[in-house]
Design a protein around this ligand. Structure first.
Ligand code: NAP
Length: 511
């Protein structure tokens, strides 16, 4: 990594490599390094707050952690993995895959670990990047690869800190706490809670699940891949590529279509969810409590086969009365019951509006990213924010998250960024930034399309919604987004010539 100043003015006019900072060494940061290098951009530095790569797969290590996107598809397109042991991978195997890919592709060596980025300041034509230790470095391009859901939210429940037992958020799982025979409470019934409850109920003494809103679930057709199957994948790699494509099409054509207005597909998903509930929860009383009153896929759909059987066990208790407070002995609900607990797990989700925040990001004319977003983060085509030149986001606001493989989305976004860098190089540009009017038109088209989506019409609230009540998702067919990523419209951007951005003496030096 070379973070020295360019010898003669701006990189694009001096024929040098741009200095690119990538913030985050999770899945999208790894993809960025590999693809940028392949495209010829080699002056890369990755900043990672933790001591290992892996992002969400490093942070989360709760029991039952798995990925509900099929392994064949939840893979880097450039590192398809014949060794997946299951159709849906478990967390430790994905973390090992992230680490191996980062090693194999020479990513690990350019990561500055234990180095959070606290401040980014645009001073044309460079970004000043400050780390947690106070060091300040200059970069031509900054890519925020910090992920979507990574700041755990602790519920605002009276007395939570008074709980006498062990209490932790699902993303901060305390591995030292034994659950054997204990009275365990889980607050929340999202994707995470479903996996945790599905895994540990058999092991604990009593399981108390505090449900505020029931969730729709489809079964997860888990399967172990035999050694022979894995060998076949190794010998005939085209089979992996077929698998990748198969799961991509399956999800995009069915789930993707259902969320953005295909009523037939929506009805099919609803039918699968109802059937799943009917078949796996024999007790009608429990089934009633677990039945949502909104449409399937309005909240992020849960793929899980373990939760319903776990909740049907004798030691499982579904609590639907409102939590009023936590006391040292346990959780008190509105009916006055004290649910006595030894361990309390907060499976209460994440701050969906954080993205690259809390890093302070200051763009042109001193504008602050937090203030610009003001609780409703938006990015042009999910990757660029007007007023923040040469600054790109992976998995940014309105990135089409849903139930798709985020790896695929990140990879396409990196391709888009590469198109921008190529254009800078070709036209000797100092800066590219999204035009405010283009971003507004893009947002307006999304706002107009939102009422047709199940996230809005489905009758629920979810972490998808921002402060304005708009889902932070892409309301068009996912393939359209992927197409957009390969057909950038440069008219949507200010393309700033070096002469406009550089001090006169530097322009003179390079022209
Ligand atoms: P989540 O979906 O936001 O669920 C949080 C849960 O906590 C909800 O049931 C919520 O109830 C409940 N809750 C929050 N505050 C509460 C309070 N004060 N009192 C009572 N209940 C409260 O969070 P998550 O389960 O961690 O999942 C977040 C996202 O991570 C998922 O949607 C998914 O995108 C991703 N994820 C993916 C996988 C995978 O396999 N790919 C696995 C896990 C997570 P309400 O519904 O009433 O708000």
């Amino acid at each position: 990594m070379n973070m020295k100043a360019h010898t003669s003015g701006h990189w694009a006019v001096a024929g040098q490599q741009p200095r690119i900072a990538i913030i985050g060494a999770g899945m999208s940061g790894i993809a960025a390094v590999v693809k940028l290098r392949k495209a010829g951009y080699t002056n890369l530095t990755v900043f990672e707050k933790a001591d290992r790569v892996g992002g969400t797969w490093r942070e989360n290590h709760y029991p039952g952690l798995s990925c509900d996107v099929a392994s064949r598809w939840y893979s880097f397109s450039f590192a398809l993995n014949p060794d997946w042991t299951h159709r849906y991978s478990y967390g430790p195997e994905i973390q090992a895959y992230m680490e191996k890919t980062a090693d194999d592709f020479g990513v690990t060596g350019i990561v500055r670990f234990n180095t959070p980025v606290t401040d980014l300041r645009w001073q044309a034509p460079v970004w000043h990047l400050t780390t947690g230790s106070g060091e300040t470095l200059q970069f031509d391009i900054v890519i925020g690869a910090t992920g979507v859901l990574h700041h755990p939210v602790k519920p605002d429940i009276e007395g939570l800190d008074t709980f006498a037992g062990d209490c932790f958020h699902s993303a901060r799982w305390d591995d030292s706490v034994s659950l054997d025979g204990k009275r365990v409470g889980v607050i929340g019934t999202g994707s995470t809670a479903a996996q945790i409850v599905g895994k540990i109920t058999e092991q604990v003494g009593q399981m108390y699940v505090f449900q505020r809103t029931p969730q729709w679930m489809v079964p997860l057709p888990q399967k172990t891949y035999s050694r022979t199957y894995r060998r076949l994948m190794k010998w005939f790699p085209f089979l992996m590529r077929l698998g990748y494509r198969y799961y991509f099409e399956l999800l995009v054509r069915n789930f993707g279509a259902a969320t953005v207005g295909d009523k037939k597909k929506q009805a099919l998903i609803s039918h699968i969810c109802r059937k799943n509930l009917q078949e796996n929860v024999p007790d009608p009383e429990l089934r009633k409590k677990l039945t949502p009153d909104y449409q399937a896929a309005c909240k992020r759909l849960i793929f899980c086969s373990d939760f319903y059987p776990a909740m049907s066990r004798d030691n499982a208790h579904l609590i639907t009365e409102e939590i009023v407070k936590v006391v040292p002995e346990g959780v008190v609900t509105a009916d006055g019951t004290v649910h006595k607990l030894d361990v309390l797990v907060l499976s209460t989700g994440f701050d969906p509006g954080a993205f690259i925040l809390p890093t302070r990001v200051t763009g042109e004319q001193g504008i602050d990213l937090r203030e610009t977003w003001d609780g409703a983060p938006r990015a042009h085509r999910a990757v660029a924010v007007p007023g923040f030149p040469n600054f790109w986001l992976l998995e940014g606001p309105t990135g089409p998250v849903g139930n798709l493989s985020l790896i695929t989305i990140s990879e396409h976004q990196v391709d888009y960024i590469i198109s921008m860098l190529d254009r800078m190089k070709k036209d000797r540009l100092a800066a590219i930034s999204a035009r405010a009017e283009a971003a507004e038109a893009y947002n307006e088209s999304m706002r107009a399309a939102m009422p047709d989506t199940v996230w809005v019409s489905g009758g629920c609230t979810s972490w998808y919604m921002d402060k304005t009540g708009m889902p932070n998702l892409y309301p068009f067919p996912p393939k359209q987004y992927l197409h957009e990523m390969h057909h950038p419209d440069f008219a949507e951007y200010h393309l700033q010539q070096a002469a406009q951005a550089l001090p006169a003496e530097q322009v003179a030096a390079v022209t």
